[in-house]
Design a protein around this ligand. Sequence first.
Ligand SMILES: NC(=O)c1ccc[n+]([C@@H]2O[C@H](COP(=O)([O-])OP(=O)(O)OC[C@H]3O[C@@H](n4cnc5c(N)ncnc54)[C@H](OP(=O)(O)O)[C@@H]3O)[C@@H](O)[C@H]2O)c1
Length: 261
Amino acid sequence: MKATGNTVLITGGGSGIGRGLAEAFHKLGNQVIIAGRGNKSLDETVNANAGMKSLKVDMTSLSSIKAFSAQVTAEYPSLNAVIHCAGVMIPEDLLNGKNYQSDDDVTVNTNLLGPIRLTEELLPAFRKQPHGTIMTVTSGLAFVPLAMYPTYCATKAGIHSYTQSLRYQLKDTPIQVIELIPPYVATTLTGEFQAKDPNAMPLNEFISETMDILTNQPNATEICVKRVYPLRFAEGEGQDKYQQFLMRFNEMMTAARQHRQ
Ligand SMILES: NC(=O)c1ccc[n+]([C@@H]2O[C@H](COP(=O)([O-])OP(=O)(O)OC[C@H]3O[C@@H](n4cnc5c(N)ncnc54)[C@H](OP(=O)(O)O)[C@@H]3O)[C@@H](O)[C@H]2O)c1
Protein backbone atom coordinates (compact mmCIF):
# COMPACT_ATOMS: atom_id res chain seq x y z
CA MET A 1 0.00 0.00 0.00
CA LYS A 2 1.15 3.54 -0.63
CA ALA A 3 1.51 5.10 2.82
CA THR A 4 0.87 8.65 1.60
CA GLY A 5 -1.32 10.49 -0.89
CA ASN A 6 -4.49 8.58 -0.09
CA THR A 7 -8.02 9.51 0.84
CA VAL A 8 -8.67 6.74 3.36
CA LEU A 9 -11.97 5.63 4.84
CA ILE A 10 -11.62 3.71 8.12
CA THR A 11 -14.73 2.08 9.52
CA GLY A 12 -14.59 1.67 13.28
CA GLY A 13 -12.10 4.55 13.23
CA GLY A 14 -13.37 6.10 16.45
CA SER A 15 -11.74 3.56 18.74
CA GLY A 16 -9.08 0.91 19.20
CA ILE A 17 -7.17 -0.33 16.17
CA GLY A 18 -9.25 1.80 13.77
CA ARG A 19 -8.45 4.97 15.68
CA GLY A 20 -4.77 4.02 15.93
CA LEU A 21 -4.55 3.50 12.17
CA ALA A 22 -6.59 6.65 11.48
CA GLU A 23 -4.15 8.75 13.52
CA ALA A 24 -1.11 7.09 11.93
CA PHE A 25 -2.37 7.72 8.38
CA HIS A 26 -3.44 11.25 9.35
CA LYS A 27 0.08 12.00 10.64
CA LEU A 28 1.49 10.86 7.29
CA GLY A 29 -0.63 13.54 5.55
CA ASN A 30 -3.40 11.34 4.14
CA GLN A 31 -6.99 12.61 4.15
CA VAL A 32 -8.68 10.34 6.68
CA ILE A 33 -12.41 9.82 7.09
CA ILE A 34 -13.52 7.70 10.02
CA ALA A 35 -16.93 6.05 10.27
CA GLY A 36 -19.02 4.38 12.93
CA ARG A 37 -22.47 4.49 14.44
CA GLY A 38 -21.99 8.03 15.59
CA ASN A 39 -21.25 7.77 19.25
CA LYS A 40 -19.05 10.35 20.88
CA SER A 41 -15.80 8.51 20.11
CA LEU A 42 -16.00 9.67 16.48
CA ASP A 43 -16.27 13.31 17.57
CA GLU A 44 -13.47 12.91 20.10
CA THR A 45 -11.16 11.42 17.48
CA VAL A 46 -11.92 14.09 14.90
CA ASN A 47 -11.54 16.89 17.45
CA ALA A 48 -8.13 15.55 18.45
CA ASN A 49 -6.92 15.40 14.83
CA ALA A 50 -7.46 18.62 12.86
CA GLY A 51 -8.55 17.92 9.30
CA MET A 52 -9.76 14.39 9.97
CA LYS A 53 -13.43 13.86 9.02
CA SER A 54 -16.18 11.56 10.23
CA LEU A 55 -19.40 10.10 8.86
CA LYS A 56 -22.04 7.82 10.31
CA VAL A 57 -22.73 4.28 9.17
CA ASP A 58 -24.34 1.21 10.69
CA MET A 59 -22.48 -1.74 9.23
CA THR A 60 -25.29 -4.15 10.15
CA SER A 61 -27.69 -2.40 7.76
CA LEU A 62 -27.57 -2.72 3.97
CA SER A 63 -29.59 0.48 3.50
CA SER A 64 -27.21 2.39 5.78
CA ILE A 65 -24.18 1.05 3.88
CA LYS A 66 -25.73 2.02 0.55
CA ALA A 67 -26.57 5.57 1.68
CA PHE A 68 -23.18 5.94 3.34
CA SER A 69 -21.29 4.75 0.26
CA ALA A 70 -23.16 7.24 -1.94
CA GLN A 71 -22.40 10.04 0.54
CA VAL A 72 -18.72 9.29 1.09
CA THR A 73 -17.93 8.90 -2.62
CA ALA A 74 -19.83 12.13 -3.43
CA GLU A 75 -18.20 14.15 -0.65
CA TYR A 76 -14.71 12.68 -1.19
CA PRO A 77 -14.31 12.05 -4.94
CA SER A 78 -10.63 11.18 -4.42
CA LEU A 79 -11.51 8.29 -2.05
CA ASN A 80 -9.15 5.45 -2.97
CA ALA A 81 -8.65 3.37 0.20
CA VAL A 82 -10.83 1.65 2.76
CA ILE A 83 -9.82 -0.13 5.96
CA HIS A 84 -12.62 -2.33 7.28
CA CYS A 85 -12.00 -2.07 11.02
CA ALA A 86 -15.59 -2.06 12.33
CA GLY A 87 -16.28 -5.28 14.20
CA VAL A 88 -17.86 -6.87 17.24
CA MET A 89 -16.76 -9.87 19.32
CA ILE A 90 -19.48 -11.53 21.38
CA PRO A 91 -19.07 -14.75 23.40
CA GLU A 92 -21.55 -17.58 22.79
CA ASP A 93 -22.35 -20.60 24.95
CA LEU A 94 -23.52 -23.17 22.43
CA LEU A 95 -24.75 -25.63 25.05
CA ASN A 96 -26.85 -23.17 27.02
CA GLY A 97 -28.00 -20.46 24.66
CA LYS A 98 -30.08 -19.68 21.61
CA ASN A 99 -27.41 -17.42 20.27
CA TYR A 100 -28.65 -17.39 16.69
CA GLN A 101 -31.76 -15.44 17.68
CA SER A 102 -29.81 -12.38 18.59
CA ASP A 103 -26.07 -11.98 18.74
CA ASP A 104 -25.23 -14.17 15.76
CA ASP A 105 -27.02 -11.80 13.46
CA VAL A 106 -25.09 -8.81 14.81
CA THR A 107 -21.78 -10.62 14.49
CA VAL A 108 -22.40 -11.93 10.98
CA ASN A 109 -23.91 -8.67 9.76
CA THR A 110 -21.18 -6.47 11.20
CA ASN A 111 -18.08 -8.58 10.61
CA LEU A 112 -18.91 -10.55 7.47
CA LEU A 113 -21.73 -9.00 5.46
CA GLY A 114 -20.72 -5.45 6.43
CA PRO A 115 -17.28 -5.40 4.76
CA ILE A 116 -18.52 -7.51 1.82
CA ARG A 117 -21.37 -5.07 1.12
CA LEU A 118 -19.29 -1.94 1.64
CA THR A 119 -16.54 -3.25 -0.63
CA GLU A 120 -19.00 -3.87 -3.43
CA GLU A 121 -20.64 -0.46 -2.99
CA LEU A 122 -17.26 1.33 -3.12
CA LEU A 123 -15.72 -0.65 -5.98
CA PRO A 124 -17.18 1.37 -8.89
CA ALA A 125 -15.69 4.59 -7.44
CA PHE A 126 -12.34 2.92 -6.63
CA ARG A 127 -12.05 1.65 -10.19
CA LYS A 128 -11.93 5.25 -11.44
CA GLN A 129 -8.83 5.99 -9.32
CA PRO A 130 -5.24 5.55 -10.56
CA HIS A 131 -4.55 3.29 -7.57
CA GLY A 132 -6.54 2.00 -4.64
CA THR A 133 -6.43 -0.16 -1.53
CA ILE A 134 -9.01 -2.37 0.12
CA MET A 135 -7.83 -3.59 3.51
CA THR A 136 -9.84 -6.19 5.34
CA VAL A 137 -9.26 -6.81 9.05
CA THR A 138 -9.41 -10.42 10.14
CA SER A 139 -7.68 -11.91 13.20
CA GLY A 140 -5.29 -14.62 14.30
CA LEU A 141 -8.54 -16.31 15.36
CA ALA A 142 -9.45 -16.73 11.67
CA PHE A 143 -6.69 -19.36 11.63
CA VAL A 144 -7.09 -21.00 15.06
CA PRO A 145 -10.59 -20.51 16.52
CA LEU A 146 -11.12 -19.47 20.11
CA ALA A 147 -14.14 -21.67 20.86
CA MET A 148 -15.87 -19.27 23.23
CA TYR A 149 -16.37 -16.92 20.24
CA PRO A 150 -17.49 -19.39 17.54
CA THR A 151 -19.39 -17.05 15.23
CA TYR A 152 -16.78 -14.31 15.55
CA CYS A 153 -14.03 -16.71 14.47
CA ALA A 154 -16.19 -17.99 11.62
CA THR A 155 -16.78 -14.46 10.32
CA LYS A 156 -13.04 -13.73 10.37
CA ALA A 157 -12.25 -17.00 8.58
CA GLY A 158 -14.96 -16.03 6.08
CA ILE A 159 -13.39 -12.63 5.47
CA HIS A 160 -9.98 -14.28 5.04
CA SER A 161 -11.47 -16.39 2.26
CA TYR A 162 -13.39 -13.48 0.71
CA THR A 163 -10.22 -11.37 0.70
CA GLN A 164 -8.40 -13.96 -1.41
CA SER A 165 -11.24 -14.13 -3.95
CA LEU A 166 -11.44 -10.35 -4.08
CA ARG A 167 -7.67 -10.13 -4.64
CA TYR A 168 -7.90 -12.65 -7.47
CA GLN A 169 -10.82 -10.88 -9.17
CA LEU A 170 -9.03 -7.51 -8.91
CA LYS A 171 -5.60 -8.81 -9.97
CA ASP A 172 -5.66 -6.90 -13.27
CA THR A 173 -6.76 -3.62 -11.69
CA PRO A 174 -4.65 -1.06 -9.79
CA ILE A 175 -6.53 -1.88 -6.58
CA GLN A 176 -4.46 -3.67 -3.93
CA VAL A 177 -6.24 -6.05 -1.58
CA ILE A 178 -4.60 -6.40 1.82
CA GLU A 179 -5.53 -8.42 4.90
CA LEU A 180 -4.57 -7.09 8.31
CA ILE A 181 -4.34 -10.00 10.77
CA PRO A 182 -4.09 -8.64 14.32
CA PRO A 183 -3.10 -10.71 17.35
CA TYR A 184 -4.73 -10.08 20.74
CA VAL A 185 -4.43 -6.29 21.12
CA ALA A 186 -5.26 -4.08 24.10
CA THR A 187 -8.56 -2.47 23.05
CA THR A 188 -12.07 -2.67 24.54
CA LEU A 189 -13.32 -5.05 21.82
CA THR A 190 -14.50 -7.65 24.38
CA GLY A 191 -14.75 -5.28 27.35
CA GLU A 192 -12.76 -2.88 29.49
CA PHE A 193 -10.57 -5.67 30.92
CA GLN A 194 -9.03 -6.31 27.48
CA ALA A 195 -7.55 -2.83 27.29
CA LYS A 196 -5.69 -3.49 30.55
CA ASP A 197 -4.82 -7.14 29.98
CA PRO A 198 -1.03 -7.56 30.28
CA ASN A 199 -1.25 -10.50 27.85
CA ALA A 200 -2.59 -8.24 25.09
CA MET A 201 -0.21 -6.47 22.71
CA PRO A 202 -0.13 -2.76 23.59
CA LEU A 203 -2.11 -0.83 20.96
CA ASN A 204 0.67 1.67 20.21
CA GLU A 205 3.17 -1.17 19.61
CA PHE A 206 0.70 -2.92 17.31
CA ILE A 207 0.07 0.24 15.28
CA SER A 208 3.76 1.04 15.06
CA GLU A 209 4.76 -2.47 13.83
CA THR A 210 1.81 -2.49 11.41
CA MET A 211 2.74 0.90 9.94
CA ASP A 212 6.37 -0.24 9.59
CA ILE A 213 5.24 -3.22 7.52
CA LEU A 214 2.85 -1.10 5.43
CA THR A 215 5.55 1.50 4.77
CA ASN A 216 8.48 -0.84 4.13
CA GLN A 217 6.65 -3.64 2.30
CA PRO A 218 4.25 -1.78 -0.03
CA ASN A 219 3.36 -4.99 -1.89
CA ALA A 220 2.54 -7.08 1.20
CA THR A 221 -0.78 -8.91 0.89
CA GLU A 222 -1.01 -9.96 4.55
CA ILE A 223 0.03 -7.69 7.40
CA CYS A 224 1.15 -9.89 10.29
CA VAL A 225 3.00 -8.48 13.28
CA LYS A 226 5.33 -11.06 14.86
CA ARG A 227 2.94 -11.70 17.77
CA VAL A 228 0.36 -13.26 15.44
CA TYR A 229 2.75 -15.71 13.77
CA PRO A 230 1.90 -18.68 16.09
CA LEU A 231 -1.80 -18.44 15.19
CA ARG A 232 -1.37 -17.46 11.53
CA PHE A 233 1.02 -20.27 10.73
CA ALA A 234 -0.26 -23.02 13.08
CA GLU A 235 -1.94 -24.95 10.27
CA GLY A 236 1.32 -25.15 8.33
CA GLU A 237 2.71 -27.38 11.08
CA GLY A 238 0.52 -30.29 9.92
CA GLN A 239 -2.79 -31.71 11.19
CA ASP A 240 -1.54 -33.39 14.39
CA LYS A 241 0.45 -30.44 15.64
CA TYR A 242 -2.35 -28.08 14.62
CA GLN A 243 -4.96 -30.06 16.61
CA GLN A 244 -2.68 -30.13 19.65
CA PHE A 245 -2.08 -26.40 19.35
CA LEU A 246 -5.82 -25.71 19.02
CA MET A 247 -6.59 -27.73 22.17
CA ARG A 248 -3.75 -26.17 24.21
CA PHE A 249 -4.67 -22.66 23.07
CA ASN A 250 -8.34 -23.08 23.98
CA GLU A 251 -7.58 -24.71 27.34
CA MET A 252 -5.18 -21.90 28.20
CA MET A 253 -7.68 -19.20 27.21
CA THR A 254 -10.57 -20.90 29.05
CA ALA A 255 -8.45 -21.16 32.21
CA ALA A 256 -7.44 -17.52 31.92
CA ARG A 257 -11.10 -16.52 31.52
CA GLN A 258 -12.18 -18.58 34.56
CA HIS A 259 -9.34 -17.07 36.60
CA ARG A 260 -10.62 -13.59 35.74
CA GLN A 261 -14.25 -14.31 36.75
N1 LIG B 1 -8.31 -6.05 19.62
C1 LIG B 1 -8.04 -7.30 19.24
O1 LIG B 1 -7.54 -8.11 20.03
C2 LIG B 1 -8.32 -7.72 17.83
C3 LIG B 1 -7.72 -8.90 17.37
C4 LIG B 1 -7.97 -9.32 16.08
C5 LIG B 1 -8.82 -8.59 15.26
N2 LIG B 1 -9.39 -7.46 15.73
C6 LIG B 1 -10.30 -6.72 14.84
O2 LIG B 1 -9.94 -5.37 14.77
C7 LIG B 1 -11.08 -4.57 14.47
C8 LIG B 1 -11.13 -3.40 15.42
O3 LIG B 1 -11.37 -3.88 16.73
P1 LIG B 1 -10.80 -3.15 18.03
O4 LIG B 1 -10.04 -4.15 18.79
O5 LIG B 1 -10.17 -1.87 17.65
O6 LIG B 1 -12.14 -2.93 18.87
P2 LIG B 1 -13.07 -1.64 19.07
O7 LIG B 1 -12.28 -0.52 19.65
O8 LIG B 1 -14.26 -2.14 19.82
O9 LIG B 1 -13.46 -1.24 17.60
C9 LIG B 1 -14.56 -1.72 16.93
C10 LIG B 1 -15.18 -0.58 16.15
O10 LIG B 1 -16.24 -1.10 15.36
C11 LIG B 1 -17.26 -0.14 15.32
N3 LIG B 1 -18.54 -0.80 15.09
C12 LIG B 1 -19.08 -1.83 15.79
N4 LIG B 1 -20.28 -2.13 15.30
C13 LIG B 1 -20.51 -1.28 14.27
C14 LIG B 1 -21.58 -1.09 13.37
N5 LIG B 1 -22.71 -1.83 13.42
N6 LIG B 1 -21.48 -0.12 12.44
C15 LIG B 1 -20.38 0.65 12.37
N7 LIG B 1 -19.32 0.52 13.19
C16 LIG B 1 -19.39 -0.43 14.13
C17 LIG B 1 -17.23 0.53 16.69
O11 LIG B 1 -17.69 1.87 16.57
P3 LIG B 1 -19.14 2.37 17.05
O12 LIG B 1 -19.42 1.64 18.33
O13 LIG B 1 -18.98 3.82 17.19
O14 LIG B 1 -20.07 2.04 15.96
C18 LIG B 1 -15.75 0.51 17.04
O15 LIG B 1 -15.14 1.74 16.72
C19 LIG B 1 -12.28 -5.51 14.58
O16 LIG B 1 -12.68 -5.92 13.29
C20 LIG B 1 -11.74 -6.71 15.35
O17 LIG B 1 -12.42 -7.90 15.04
C21 LIG B 1 -9.16 -7.00 16.99
